[in-house]
Design a protein around this ligand. Structure first.
Ligand code: C2E
Ligand code: MG
Ligand code: MG
Ligand code: MG
Length: 282
């Protein structure tokens, strides 16, 4: 009888639940090895000036390719890494790689490119976060002014005062700080006014609705105008279509990022976009 019951209980544990738990366990158990065995890679997505159509910088995005499952999306494994101290180790590796890339692309150029890194709320929460960032950039031989940090609205808003203070310190070092995914979180204009950030990144869900929804269309123009009044640089992410580009460019959105320009690519390909002669034909 007990055996039958156990069997029934197991049946509740259906195939898709099983798969999800298995995936989580796989990721959890393999993050450390992945880091130690160099399975992570950073890809870089170019960002261009909407007027000159020249590259002004890159966003670093992590990639993990496994033998068993191919590429695992960052949104899936970052969340699991955040449940242990692995996000700190992986986060430091990301910063170091990106800083080395920043040094590499800036040393022969009179133009200053910015390499931006996404930072998890767990990293930001560390007491020594600012010191760590400073140290990693210095050890890589990069300059703080050629580095950017992207923080989502949601992670910035939890523990606002302490985080705002850290952001202020990063800025004092010369690092550019971007508010990522703007429009998906609290979107409080009052907070925005108080934030010591340099850059506002319009979330790609905004850009997706731009041509479909009149309210979004009008709102986007207002957000861009308001941001510029606050002295912020505005980046549109997820720009896939020429029509979106034209609209954003008309609204004086400063920087464009998205598949229309390029997908995130390995550094060997990204360096080909460097140099004053490279201009995108959009
Ligand atoms: P995010 O920082 O907002 O990054 C932008 C995401 O949009 C990236 O997805 C990028 O590949 C994608 N994207 C760029 N242009 C387009 C476009 O035109 N159309 C569409 N549909 N998508 C576009 P990805 O690389 O899968 O990363 C997803 C999220 O995972 C990131 O969102 C970020 O929150 C997180 N993430 C990625 N890399 C890192 C990392 O190195 N560290 C941390 N902490 N988080 C990361
Ligand atoms: Mg980002
Ligand atoms: Mg974003
Ligand atoms: Mg996003």
């Amino acid at each position: 009888k007990a055996k039958d019951k156990g069997k029934n209980q197991y049946m509740f544990f259906n195939k898709s639940m099983n798969q999800e738990i298995y995936d989580r366990m796989y990721i959890h158990n393999n993050l450390r090895t992945a880091l130690e065995e160099n399975q992570f890679q950073l890809h870089y997505q170019p960002q261009i000036d909407s007027k000159s159509k020249k590259v002004i910088g890159f966003e670093a995005l992590i990639r993990w390719e496994t033998e068993e499952f191919g590429f695992i999306p960052p949104l899936k494994f970052i969340k699991i890494a955040e449940e242990s101290d692995m996000i700190i180790k992986i986060g430091n590796w990301i910063l170091k790689e990106a800083a080395k890339f920043s040094k590499e692309i800036n040393q022969y150029n009179k133009d200053n490119y910015i390499v931006s890194v996404n930072v998890s709320s767990v990293q930001l929460k560390q007491d020594n976060f600012v010191e760590t960032v400073k140290k990693i950039i210095k050890e890589a031989g990069a300059l703080p002014k050629n580095m950017g940090i992207e923080i989502t609205e949601t992670s910035l808003m939890d523990n606002f005062e302490s985080n705002a203070n850290k952001v202020k310190k990063l800025r004092e070092l010369g690092i550019k700080v971007a508010l990522d995914d703007f429009g998906t979180g609290y979107s409080s204009l009052n907070y925005l006014r108080q934030l010591p950030i340099n850059i506002l990144k319009l979330d790609k869900s905004f850009i997706e609705d731009l041509l479909k929804n009149n309210n979004i269309y009008n709102l986007t123009e207002d957000i861009i105008l308001m941001s510029q009044k606050l002295g912020l640089t505005v980046v549109a992410e997820g720009v896939e279509m020429k029509d979106q580009f034209d609209l954003l460019s008309n609204y004086n959105c400063d920087i464009i990022q998205g598949y229309l320009v390029s997908r995130p690519i390995p550094k060997e390909e990204a360096v080909k976009f460097i140099g004053p002669e490279v201009e995108f034909l959009i």
